[in-house]
Ligand binder design. Structure first.
Ligand code: HSE
Length: 310
């Protein structure tokens, strides 16, 4: 009998949630950046966390998104495994708006599942990881976790019970601006209005439908004109310096469209090809060089891969 594997290493991608018009229901995976996590079966009860990066995240598993996600999975095992040890090397900066907490939570549950001969379905893994996401944002949303685990573009049609629908999409490049300020998801959710006018709801669901149709048909123009958000962006964009200008200049440079990534502060712009994505990068640099805050900008693609086991 081959000896059972005791340790698994995974890479979990950054993700863009909301995709402008689909607040809490749409997301996609990025090819870069990725977090690295090692998960081991441990004789020690519960979850032990070892941080191997500079971010100083809590090592108390009850306060750590990866810890909470893994505790939820452990709970479902009814004592079969005493515990897990996580070695966390985060590259995706916490609070950046590109699914840092989701990457941690998704990574560890996929790794643990591998150690358990993949007994849980992807949907079950998303549900465990969502418990972790709740710690970070105060809400159980799956729009970063689902694409992080499934890869590609995902629609979360329903949260409880989970109904996750992978949406085929044509190849696209993504230019991501990450201003080096932190916006807490819980706070960015707190500023949202609790009620929506019927007129705005109609505009919004028309755009969500348009975006899904555009993605499935590979219709870039339809994708572009559906990237409109009349509900969340008007409020959240105030938290991001020069948001309007970034968007305007990106569109002039040929972007299909874009907006706030998740709850910000990152901003993403989609392009049909790499040359345009770099033109968009230059246009954003032109705006942000004058802002006076540090920023990071990169060009990547929508990835059809979720968490990768190596
Ligand atoms: N849908 C969530 C929000 C994503 O916008 O609050 C957070 O990354």
């Amino acid at each position: 009998m081959p000896e059972k594997i005791k340790e698994v290493t995974v890479y979990a991608p950054a993700t863009v949630a909301n995709v402008v018009c689909g607040f809490d229901i749409l997301g996609f995976a990025l090819s870069e950046p990725n977090d690295k996590m090692v998960v081991r079966v441990s004789d020690k009860k519960g979850v032990t966390i070892i941080n191997k990066d500079k971010y100083n995240l809590p090592t108390d598993p009850a306060k750590n998104v990866a810890g909470v996600a893994l505790l939820a999975l452990l709970d479902a095992l009814n004592g079969e495994v005493a515990g897990f040890e996580i070695e966390s090397t985060k590259v995706i900066k916490p609070g950046s708006g590109i699914g840092s907490s989701a990457a941690s939570a998704a990574a560890v549950v996929v790794a643990a599942n591998q150690l358990l001969d993949n007994r849980f379905t992807n949907e079950e893994l998303v549900a465990f990881a969502m418990c972790g996401e709740e710690v970070a944002s105060g809400a159980k949303h799956a729009d970063n976790i689902a694409p992080c685990i499934y890869g590609g573009v995902t629609l979360i049609r329903n949260n409880d019970p989970l109904d996750i629908i992978p949406i085929p999409a044509p190849p696209m490049y993504v230019t991501v601006l990450h201003p080096q300020i932190e916006i807490k998801t819980s706070e960015a959710r707190g500023i949202l209005k609790k009620k929506v006018a019927m007129k705005d709801a109609i505009t919004q669901w028309a755009n969500v439908a348009g975006l899904i149709a555009g993605l499935m048909k590979g219709d870039y123009a339809l994708i572009g004109r559906s990237l409109t958000d009349v509900i969340v962006e008007p409020m959240r964009s105030m938290l991001i310096p020069r948001f309007k200008e970034v968007k305007q200049e990106s569109m002039k440079a040929g972007a299909l469209g874009g907006g706030i990534s998740g709850s910000g502060p990152s901003v993403f712009m989609l392009s049909k090809d790499e040359v345009t994505a770099h033109k968009v990068e230059a246009a954003i640099k032109g705006v942000y060089d004058k802002v006076g805050i540090d920023y990071h900008i990169y060009v990547t693609t929508i990835s059809d891969k979720g968490v990768r086991v190596v």
